[in-house]
Write a protein that binds this ligand. Structure first.
Ligand SMILES: Nc1nc2c(ncn2[C@@H]2O[C@H](COP(=O)(O)OP(=O)(O)OP(=O)(O)O)[C@@H](O)[C@H]2O)c(=O)[nH]1
Ligand SMILES: [Mg+2]
Length: 381
């Protein structure tokens, strides 16, 4: 099966799968945010626990962790909630937080903030977006804000208006850093039946299939890379034989034969590489149709050598043409020695140029795959 055939099928399978078929896949959700923002309390509330219950995450002003802790979500299948140490604490300053915790291992994020929107939140959101991942922004301790408001201005107190102001403050803060359309929930972990807490749970449940698909798609290039490399290694073994064959043909004293041979050898194998990796026109067209994008968009990422086998062939022949002419010239002057030179030139050029082509086609395959998945990722969310 052609490689992109395999990939097109993989993408198709992801599109068609139901939540049940994804249940065996786990989703690691990192709950992150500044120290004391209420991360552990949020996880406890999501698991229907209170601080101090058996199995609950440690919470409290003095209960700071230094290692991520994993908690299984009792309702959402295959979801692990990771309680991360607080950002910006003396142990984990913001600048080194990302390297210290290798955020790329998590598939989805919940950023927990309290009080005013801060720069740290935006930095976290930008870093998550840079990795091509998604997050919800949870503004915790809504009860404390409402309580303060009620005490300060009892006559004009309006719960819904205050909640909306808090949501708006978070959205504005994120938008200022270029984060468009963030999902913001204003919650209190002490009152999980109120404010946006039920909506947060419901949204997570509804989006779980999308999130799992998204996580699966993100992992595809890593899955495909060994297959591409395997295919490349297998084809590389054959290059010696092809080079030897073209060396023998080039040594035959017939004018123009070495040029002709090189042309046919390159043409046959180049076309083979393109179709074998699935980046020939027909496979690309099928892939473009499947991801719903024009063909040129996928082809635009194919930078090395040529986007079609014919273009690559022309480039190759141009670059080996001069070497072939020298070989043929010496062959005409000194028949025996010339035949050796001619054969040697054919051997070396065929070997190195075909290797270069193969590397380039494999590289193009990886690029096309990433582009196709990028499109799919956009569609998945
Ligand atoms: N009023 C109010 N207080 C909360 C809420 N959630 C957490 N707290 C309090 O905020 C403090 C910090 O909560 P934690 O859940 O431990 O915060 P954390 O983000 O896990 O803190 P670190 O692990 O130190 O980073 C505790 O005293 C909690 O009781 C909430 O919804 N409302
Ligand atoms: Mg904690």
């Amino acid at each position: 099966m052609a490689l992109v055939g395999f990939l097109t099928e993989a993408i198709f399978n992801v599109q068609q799968r139901t939540l049940e078929s994804f249940n065996s896949h786990t989703l690691s959700i990192a709950v992150t945010g500044e120290s004391g923002s209420g991360k552990s309390s949020l996880i406890n509330a999501m698991r229907g626990l209170r601080a101090g219950d058996e199995g609950a995450a440690g919470s409290g002003m003095l209960d700071t962790m230094t290692e991520p802790m994993a908690y299984l979500d009792p309702v959402l299948p295959g979801v692990t909630l990771w309680d991360l140490p607080g950002v910006g604490s003396p142990y984990f300053p913001l600048d080194t937080f990302f390297e210290q915790h290798n955020l790329s291992q998590y598939e989805f994020f919940i950023i927990v903030g309290f009080q005013r929107f801060r720069f740290e939140h935006a930095r976290l959101a930008c870093e998550i977006q840079r990795m091509g991942k998604r997050f919800y922004f949870v503004r915790s301790k809504a009860d404390a804000d409402l309580d303060a408001s009620r005490r300060q201005r009892p006559s004009s107190y309006n719960e819904e208006r205050i909640l909306e102001q808090i949501r708006e403050d978070c959205r504005r803060g994120l938008a200022a850093e270029g984060v468009g359309h963030p999902q913001v929930f204003v919650v209190s972990s002490w009152e999980p039946n109120r404010y946006d807490f039920p909506l947060l749970r419901q949204t997570l449940q509804t989006e779980l299939l999308h999130l799992k698909r998204h996580a699966f798609l993100l992992s595809l290039p890593a899955v495909a890379l060994p297959i591409i490399n395997q295919k490349k290694a297998a084809l590389k073994v054959e290059i010696w034989k092809i080079a030897l064959f073209s060396c023998l043909l080039a040594a035959v004293p017939v004018p123009g034969l070495s040029h002709l041979c090189t042309f046919f050898v390159f043409r046959k194998h180049l076309f083979g590489y393109y179709s074998n990796f699935g980046v020939d026109n027909r496979s690309l067209l099928a892939l473009a149709r499947q991801v719903g994008r024009p063909l040129w968009e996928l082809m635009a990422v194919m930078t090395s050598l040529g986007t079609t086998p014919m273009m690559a062939l022309k480039l190759l022949l141009d670059s080996v043409g001069a070497a072939m002419m020298v070989a043929e010239y010496s062959w005409k002057r000194l028949p025996v020695f010339g035949a050796l030179v001619s054969g040697g030139v054919a051997l070396v050029t065929t070997f190195f140029m075909l290797r270069k082509c193969l590397d380039s086609v494999a590289d193009n395959t990886q690029r096309v795959l990433s582009k196709a998945l990028e499109v799919e990722r956009e569609n998945a969310i």
